[in-house]
Design a protein around this ligand. Structure first.
Ligand SMILES: [Zn+2]
Length: 387
């Protein structure tokens, strides 16, 4: 009897020990798994093996897509179509078919050519534009994150229209660049981060339709000046991974870039601009890669045409959405940023001023294929989004 008790005691004690050991082991494994700080197995081998070389730093890759659209020029045809009475406007039907695309990118920018000074100072059309606030609100609701506002129409209705516009952009939390409240505002380079990739945005125009920029207020609109652009690219480069430069330039209604556009783009590229978005000609001009002497390459679209305007025929009612992806690879202290997969969605503005993706238009397939050929003539592998 005594012997049996002794054996039982031994079995019980052993079982308790085993359970205790397993439980402890379970908790230590769980802890390792939860905090994630320790690599698996490290709990069992805390002393590093001198024969195993130190592991390479982990490579972390992130990507972010950027979309851009061209000129938004709110002629009277457009705001009259959007009028809903009592001085109110609704532009949302005009953007409803492109909204899913604009929202699909990590970051979307638009060139708001006409100032949204609001009804307080009276809306107006060409040649001296002023647009309703609702244009901005609709852009915001359609997925646009930043507007470029250095254009030849920026000074059309003077400082008041600009300040009203900036107030509205601030109110709806829309980033803007190219026209500013003050020198302090101008010096603050706009930065937006997506997936750990930092983008900076600069915007300049060739001129302001003969209206002089007030000498004491040069911040009201950024004019193209290659030395200024170079120094601001330099600054933007220090603050970001990808410098996006918006240039309002070129000859109106010309479907190919002129020599000055080519020269300015190549100088800005060499100075460090990674993406150059052009507009003003009212028609599409092709995209290309610029190879820089440091081995990097810059993506440029010379003109994105009119995205929304009252202009018709001769390609003036055709614009588009360009997309480019930024890829960032971080390995220890090494950071490499590259651009890839340029893509385009040609768009057309119908008689109700609805912006329509052209691939959806059965009766316009001939001009659609011509536009695809036109935009990709220097980048044959450019993709066209068709779903
Ligand atoms: Zn223009």
């Amino acid at each position: 009897m005594k012997k049996v008790t002794a054996i039982s005691l031994f079995v019980v004690s052993f079982s308790v020990l085993v359970v205790l050991f397993l439980t402890l082991d379970f908790f230590s494994e769980t802890e390792t798994g939860t905090n994630g700080a320790m690599k698996s197995g490290s709990i069992h081998a805390e002393v590093p093996d001198p024969n195993v070389p130190e592991s390479e730093p982990e490579e972390i890759t992130t990507t972010a897509s950027l979309m851009a659209v061209g000129d938004i020029l709110i002629h009277d045809y457009v705001y009259n179509q959007a009028a809903i009475g009592n001085g109110k406007y609704d532009f949302t039907p005009m953007f409803r078919l492109v909204k899913p695309y604009l929202e699909s990118a990590d970051l979307t920018m638009a060139n708001q050519e006409t100032m949204i000074g609001g009804t307080e100072i009276g809306v107006s059309t060409y040649p001296s534009f002023n647009s309703p606030f609702e244009v901005g609100t609709t852009l915001k609701e359609s997925g646009v994150d930043l507007v470029t506002i250095a254009n030849n129409h920026t000074l059309d209705r003077g400082e008041k229209a600009i300040m009203n516009a900036l107030d509205h952009w601030d109110e709806i939390d829309m980033a803007y660049t190219g026209a500013y409240r003050s020198e302090v505002d101008r010096a603050d380079i706009r930065l937006i981060e997506r997936n750990d990739i930092h983008f900076s945005f600069l915007s300049y125009t060739y001129g302001t339709n003969g209206i002089p920029v007030p000498e004491s207020k040069p911040y009201l609109v950024n004019l193209i000046d290659i030395d200024l652009i170079k120094s601001e690219i330099d600054e933007a480069k220090r603050l970001s991974d990808v410098v996006v430069l918006s240039l309002h330039f070129g000859n109106e209604y010309e479907r190919m870039p002129n020599e000055q556009q080519k020269l300015l783009a190549s100088e800005a590229a060499e100075a460090g601009a990674d993406i150059i978005i052009g507009h003003h000609p009212h028609v599409l001009q092709p995209a290309e890669w610029i190879e820089n002497t440091d081995g990097s390459r810059t993506f440029v679209v010379y003109s994105l045409g009119n995205f929304l305007s009252g202009q018709r025929r001769d390609y003036k009612d055709i614009g588009g959405i360009v997309q480019i992806k930024a890829k960032k690879v971080v390995k220890g202290d090494e950071v490499t940023v590259s651009l890839e997969e340029p893509a385009f969605i040609p768009t057309w503005v119908d008689r109700q001023y609805t912006i329509q993706p052209m691939f959806q238009l059965a009766d316009q397939q001939q001009v659609y294929s011509e536009i695809k050929q036109h935009m990709s003539q220097w980048i044959p592998d450019m993709q066209f989004i068709e779903n």
